[in-house]
Unconditional design. Structure first.
Length: 320
């Protein structure tokens, strides 16, 4: 059976949670002009029908760590097992099976250079049935991270969005150093971004007051932000894809800023490699994707070439 379509209140709730994944239902209800029970009921329904999940996500850049996208070509029949193995690694943020079924794309954030070199220079190149590999360091994000795609649906009125938006992060000048309490707190939030303070206190072995202060500090520094994971089909976005753009160097920043405003783009970053700008797209149909590539990207003069691949299956999910 197909899931019931999302209505205006569902979309408002999704966008509200993307703004502040830990906002109390009572606060969301007050801003949206409905009861607490209505918000709680809609939240439960979205969890069942749209696989809604609020996840605590770490901005590894605030910790002085690099992000990478790795493309792996495989011999026939090897992609699924390779994707499953990569999904089990704690340093992979997402793992996708791409069109053709013989390519795996994953996002990784190694904890340090030793871990990066072990994975990129030794383990992956020696993996049986891997026929090709390219690694792309994320240089400059234009969209993604704490800026989620749901902000682009404009379900909330400007005054509603302003009332629900949490204070902006105030990142420190130096990378943040985490201690074991921080790590335990982040691990609990990765499992459930809306975990109550009592659960966070239990996970860290500290008091609720300590858990509350640590949570506030991690959010204020920008190390922690809350993301919303959900099935895209109920929102009409049935065709996820990636585009690898080669852009003339003098136009890279301008093109990056332009594509960040496109409603189809959920992630955009300058990267190392032959293609120097990568996009994650959410489109309604393949015809919509065709129109986006030929008309929106085709209109950008600095774009020299575009490679497009469809995402067949997300094996490991975590919103960018």
């Amino acid at each position: 059976m197909s899931s019931p379509p999302l209505d205006a209140l569902d979309l408002k709730l999704l966008q509200a949670l993307e703004l502040d994944g830990r906002a109390p239902f009572s606060r969301i209800a007050q801003v949206l002009g409905v009861s607490d029970q209505t918000v709680a009921r809609r939240y439960r329904r979205l969890r069942a029908n749209a696989r809604l999940r609020v996840t605590g996500t770490t901005d590894r850049g605030r910790l002085g760590q690099e992000g990478w996208i790795v493309r792996l070509g495989c011999s026939p029949g090897a992609a699924v097992s390779l994707a499953d193995a990569l999904a089990r690694r704690p340093d992979t943020r997402y793992v996708d099976l791409m069109s053709g079924g013989s390519e795996v794309v994953c996002g990784i954030t190694p904890a340090d250079r030793r871990q990066r070199d072990e994975l990129l220079l030794e383990r992956l190149p020696r993996t049986p049935r891997v026929t090709s590999m390219s690694s792309h360091c994320l240089l400059r994000p234009f969209y993604g991270g704490s800026l989620g795609w749901l902000r682009k649906i404009s379900a909330l009125a400007p005054e509603e969005e302003a009332a629900l938006r949490p204070p902006a992060a105030d990142p420190p000048e130096e990378p943040v150093v985490l201690d074991p309490t921080d790590e335990a707190l982040l691990a609990a939030l990765r499992r459930d971004g809306r975990a109550p303070l009592a659960e966070l206190a239990s996970a860290t072995g500290r008091s609720e007051d300590v858990a509350r202060r640590r949570l506030a500090r991690l959010r204020r520094s920008g190390v922690l932000y809350l993301t919303v994971e959900y099935a895209h089909e109920p929102l009409g976005q049935a065709v996820p894809a990636m585009c690898w753009l080669t852009v003339a160097p003098q136009g890279l920043a301008e093109v990056g800023r332009a594509v960040a405003t496109h409603p189809e783009v959920s992630f955009a970053s300058a990267v190392t490699g032959r293609a120097n700008l990568v996009l994650s797209l959410l489109c309604r149909t393949t015809d919509h994707l065709y129109g986006y590539v030929t008309e929106r990207l085709g209109a950008l003069e600095a774009v020299v070439s575009v490679e497009t691949t469809l995402v067949l299956r997300r094996v490991k999910a975590l919103t960018h």
